[in-house]
Design a protein around this ligand. Structure first.
Ligand code: FAD
Length: 264
């Protein structure tokens, strides 16, 4: 570790001011990704702006037909919050599969969305459900938010404050976990709701993406059989020691079938 300043503001406005005044400062939510990066000196911010003292970021509320989850809501809370379990049970089940107990107790939905790890779970859910990422200055549709590996539409100093999920009629999720890290080798989130049918895929490519052929197949016929016949092309998918692009392409179909079965 090396020296850096530490701030713990109690409002979004104060946090944004700290980040704007010092372009080399970084927000920290649970520190699950950022602190290891600091220890390895992959990241050397001049200051950390700890978001854990901002009460409004911990809110979970219904807003019309949407469920709005504050950025600082931790994975354990997403998995167990009665409002989330009632409105989008697949999202709660998904959160319960993230990492291990320690990670779920520290990691946050906002940190995960802002980090945009290709193998993270939430981006696939946000894409499939047609979520909107709310920041301190604007609202960004999920389709426009996840730009590439660890890259999002966030501007310097911009904070994710909440994620607004339209409440679906049906949704389901399935992933094959990497047995060591528990991150997704490939995961598929399916949803049918006010914005139509959405199929989001994580872990398979350099960034979470929507599977348009599966969306069309499910829109015509919501069934396991409808996605069973749709093959994902391996082009542009990840290939590493854990699995080839062809293996991951096959997993997209397998996980989509399981996700539709999970949705019922
Ligand atoms: C062992 C292990 C296993 C894991 N397994 C999984 C898994 O199975 N599935 C999964 O999805 N994830 C997994 N994760 C990731 C974990 O769930 C966290 O969500 C992720 O590491 C982000 O952590 P955090 O919320 O603590 O954010 P931090 O580490 O605090 O921040 C991450 C990044 O986002 C920025 N940031 C944080 N909050 C905001 C905000 N509100 N606005 C803008 N920028 C922000 C930070 O500056 C930093 O760059 C795993 C992590 C570990 C260590």
């Amino acid at each position: 570790m090396y020296d850096f300043a530490y701030h713990k503001p109690s409002s979004i406005a104060d946090a944004v001011k700290l980040l704007t005044d010092d372009p080399d400062a970084k927000p920290v939510s649970g520190g699950m990704t950022l602190l290891p990066a600091l220890k390895h000196r992959l990241n050397q911010p001049t200051a950390l702006v700890d978001l854990s003292g901002i009460a409004e970021l911990r809110d979970v509320r219904r807003e019309g037909d949407a469920l709005v989850i504050g950025a600082m809501v931790r994975h354990y809370e997403v998995a167990t919050d009665p409002q989330i379990m009632a409105a989008i049970p697949a999202l709660a089940r998904m959160a319960s599969t993230i990492g291990d107990t320690q990670v779920r107790n520290r990691g946050t939905i906002g940190g995960s969305i802002a980090n945009n790890d290709p193998a993270a779970d939430y981006p696939a859910a946000a894409l499939a459900l047609g979520a909107t990422i709310v920041t301190d200055r604007r609202s960004i549709p999920a389709d426009d938010f996840f730009l590439g590996m660890f890259t999002t539409a966030l501007e310097p100093g911009e904070l994710v404050t909440a994620i607004s999920f339209p409440i679906p009629e049906k949704a389901g999720y399935a992933k094959l976990r990497n047995p060591a890290s528990r991150y997704s080798m490939t995961g598929v989130f399916v949803a049918r709701g006010p914005k139509g049918v959405g199929v989001g895929v994580n872990g398979a490519g350099p960034c979470a993406f929507r599977q348009a052929e599966m969306e069309a197949a499910l829109a015509a016929n919501w069934s396991v059989e409808a996605v069973a016949g749709v093959k994902q092309a391996p082009d542009d998918l990840n290939s590493d020691i854990h699995g080839s692009a062809e293996y991951r392409a096959n997993l997209v179909t397998v996980m989509a079938k399981r996700a539709v079965a999970d949705a019922g």
